[in-house]
Design a protein around this ligand. Structure first.
Ligand SMILES: [Zn+2]
Length: 305
């Protein structure tokens, strides 16, 4: 049996919102089994809640924003990637503002805080979404599909820029790989785009402290890149954060070509509508003989009981 997890204790941090440029305070609390991940806007009267679920996505332009009953919350994907990547199923996330802080543009600060707080197993088994048949979405040069197999993500991007060009990266979906290969990959943008956004009053908090910024030829950040293929690793981070909105960890090989938050969201809607192509699977000691072979040592999450 693999148990659902929550945080062992509350954790707190603050940082600048990418769009507003204002400081936002965030506190995460442990939550009971089957609560999922829920946000609370503590800066608004009545402390409205927003469920971290693909049905609550209201905007996918440059970041994923959620909304419920008119209340919205922007840029949720990096924190969700850290929670999903490290195996936190249930938490209550209080946010004192309209967007999550951008931190250093990666999920590493979140991952460090979650690891330091520790995880606690809950007395309820975790359910998985196990892929049985390939599901694929194509939109011109953008595509996304999931196939039955060992849980992993393969992402490829192709930018007409000398430092990016075609990059492809594959990572197994397990906490150690998320920590060491994905969490610290930063978001990236092009100087022209950043200047255009800031001229329109957007990305006001954006700086070389929270994004990789490229001009026509080079990386402008004094420290350079954290990995040669940092850009595609960050796309994996974004996809992992978005896929957390399914509400269940995915058991299958996810592949994405030239993806975006919009594509990730459309793919989740397609996948959930194709109910014959997956099943909800709860690993159980009693049905051990029917386990998929790659699940004999759980790949997704170490905790078994
Ligand atoms: Zn991102």
């Amino acid at each position: 049996m693999i148990w659902q997890k929550t945080l062992a204790q509350p954790l707190n941090f603050s940082g600048i919102g990418l769009h507003s440029g204002r400081r936002v305070e965030v506190t995460l609390y442990p939550a009971a089994a089957n609560q999922g991940l829920r946000f609370v806007r503590t800066d608004l009267p009545g402390r409205p809640q927003i469920w971290a679920h693909y049905s609550r996505v209201v905007d996918t332009t440059r970041a994923t924003s959620l909304g419920e009953n008119g209340t919205t919350l922007a840029t949720v994907e990096h924190l969700l990637a850290a929670l999903g990547g490290l195996g936190v199923d249930n938490a209550l996330i209080e946010v004192q503002g309209p967007e999550l802080p951008i931190m250093d543009g990666s999920a590493a600060p979140f991952a460090r805080l979650i690891s330091a707080a520790g995880l606690r197993a809950l007395a309820w088994p975790r359910a998985y979404l196990m892929v049985r048949e390939t599901v694929e979405l194509r939109r011109g040069e953008q595509w996304m599909r999931v196939r039955p197999g060992v849980p992993r993500i393969t992402y490829s991007i192709d930018f007409d820029h000398p430092l990016i060009r075609r990059q492809q990266y594959t990572v197994p979906l397990r906490p150690e790989s998320f920590q060491s290969e994905i969490a610290s990959a930063r978001t990236f943008g092009f100087l022209e785009e950043v200047q255009y956004l800031q001229s329109r009053g957007l990305a006001l908090g954006g700086s070389l402290d929270n994004a990789v910024v490229l001009d026509d030829r080079q990386v402008l950040n004094p420290g350079g890149l954290r990995f040669p293929e940092e850009c595609v690793r960050h796309k994996i981070l974004d996809a992992m954060g978005d896929m957390v909105l399914l509400g269940l960890p995915l058991l299958g090989h996810l592949e994405v070509g030239r993806g975006s938050h919009e594509l990730h969201h459309s793919f989740m809607q397609l996948l959930m509508s194709r109910q014959a192509d997956w099943r909800i699977w709860i690993p159980s000691g009693r049905t051990g003989k029917r386990k998929a072979p790659w699940f004999q040592t759980p790949l997704w999450e170490g905790a078994t009981a």
